[in-house]
Write a protein that binds this ligand. Structure first.
Ligand SMILES: NC(=O)c1ccc[n+]([C@@H]2O[C@H](COP(=O)([O-])OP(=O)(O)OC[C@H]3O[C@@H](n4cnc5c(N)ncnc54)[C@H](O)[C@@H]3O)[C@@H](O)[C@H]2O)c1
Ligand SMILES: O=C(O)CC[C@@H](O)C(=O)O
Length: 400
């Protein structure tokens, strides 16, 4: 990643949440202005702020999510406008893993209820010790050793949870039909592979979900799923509230089919359910994780703004072309025939020579970067940019 490039035009960065200072310090003062009031930022850094109704202004080139989930960002709208959306894969996974395992053990031992109950004894004076001994029978828990943990989604977080649960003497069964090769390499071979979610439901004493919220996973835990689970199963949700049908969860908790629901995403309905452990979205809230995410988000954004190179985008392909300080055309367009031909022909119309180029596609869209060899007279840059923008199926063009 580059550090020394000077942007042709200073860029404005806006943050929509509290972003760790170590991340924002990645943006040097010569090239960047941090302006959280700007209506027309070049880029936005965000955590969980809901961006679905945010007006992007007319200069926005990129959004960096300091975290994993991007359901708070209108990714399709960004793609249609050529706005790159980044996230920070794995940067907060350890923080979430630690809280999942903490909550798993603590809820299994009724620790949260027991601790809250002790607080109610504060005016009991010298009777406290006796009351504690008498009352503890109400909080007898279960050990996790020898029990089965079902992990749905074996990505950055799920794989860590699965591997670590083995070290706590649990049996682990995992399901992920889209597991990446990288994660599969990291996963212990002692994690049993389920061929369906139903197999997890049938075998697990505890189920933890680590999938993104998408149209496919929305409400994936519903009445039919609960019916297939073991009676008294504990469910941990550190992913998103939308993965669970709240009305069905309330009924399953009421009947005892689900023994406990531990969630990092409290809402009005969940607050009224029994046998819950409600955590205020603390999964990624450690200093280490906030810094990891902020630094990774800022570096990816800076690299993109300065060179056009893309790493860890959720809507653009990963592209890297070493930046030699030449004039670079970065064009985002529909993935249709003859786009590269039309761009190169526009460049040759200006009698310019191509030094290097790269083209990558992702689904319906593609990204092309072309370095121009000649020293360009600055005056022709806007004309070249205009000509490339006029190509049919072109979405966005940057001259870097
Ligand atoms: N509580 C928090 O603070 C916190 C922090 C980080 C992430 N999260 C949430 O956790 C989610 C997972 O994070 P991650 O870093 O592990 O992401 P990740 O992308 O590394 O892993 C997600 C995994 O889910 C799998 N998957 C997708 N659809 C699936 C399905 N239908 N069935 C089974 N597996 C499926 C994918 O193949 C992938 O391996 C995020 O999308 C986010 O919503 C919450
Ligand atoms: O930014 C946060 O605090 C939470 C992030 C988390 O939900 C994520 O998806 O990475």
């Amino acid at each position: 990643m580059s550090n020394t490039i000077t942007l042709k035009k200073a860029a404005t960065i806006k943050t929509l949440n509290n972003i760790a200072a170590s991340g924002m310090n990645v943006f040097d003062k010569e090239n960047y202005t941090i302006d959280n009031e700007s209506d027309h930022p070049d880029a936005i850094v965000v955590r969980s702020f809901n961006m679905h109704a945010v007006d992007f202004g007319d200069k926005l080139k990129a959004i960096a999510r300091a975290g994993a989930g991007v359901n708070n960002i209108p990714v399709d709208k960004c793609t249609e406008r050529g706005i790159v959306v980044f996230n920070t894969p794995g940067a907060n996974a350890n923080a979430v893993k630690e809280l999942v395992l903490t909550s798993l053990i603590a809820s299994s031992r009724n620790l949260f209820d027991g601790v809250s109950w002790v607080k109610t004894l504060e005016n009991e004076g010298d009777r406290i010790a006796k009351l504690v001994e008498a009352g503890k029978k109400n909080f007898v828990g279960k050990e996790i050793k020898g029990k089965t943990l079902g992990v749905i989604g074996l990505g950055a977080i799920g794989a860590l949870v699965a591997n670590n649960a083995l070290h706590l003497d649990m049996d682990v069964i995992g399901f992920d039909p889209f597991i990446s090769v990288d994660t599969a390499w990291k996963l212990s071979r002692n994690v049993q592979r389920a061929m369906s979610m139903e197999e997890v439901f049938a075998n697990a004493d505890y189920i933890t979900v680590h999938v993104p919220l998408t149209d496919d996973t929305n409400q994936m835990l519903h009445e039919e799923a609960f019916r297939l689970m073991k009676p008294g199963v504990y469910i941990l949700n550190f992913s998103r509230d939308g993965l669970v049908n709240d009305a069905d969860m309330a009924a399953a908790l009421e009947s005892g089919k689900v023994g406990k629901y531990i969630t990092d995403f409290p809402n009005e309905q969940v607050l009224n359910m029994k046998n819950t452990v409600l955590i205020p979205h603390l999964g990624a809230s450690t200093n280490e994780s906030e810094e990891n995410c902020a630094i990774m988000a800022a570096r990816q954004l800076k690299e993109y703004l300065e060179t056009g190179n893309i790493k860890n985008s959720v809507n653009f392909p990963n592209v890297e072309l070493p930046y030699a300080g030449k004039n670079r055309v970065a064009a985002f367009h529909k993935n249709v025939p003859n786009m590269v031909g039309q761009i190169t022909s526009a460049i040759s119309d200006f009698n310019l020579n191509i030094a290097d180029m790269v083209n990558r596609s992702r689904g319906e869209y593609a990204y092309t970067m072309i370095d121009i060899d000649n020293k360009i007279n600055g005056d022709i840059i806007p004309s070249l940019e205009k000509k490339i923008k006029q190509i049919a199926d072109m979405v966005a063009v940057r001259m870097i």
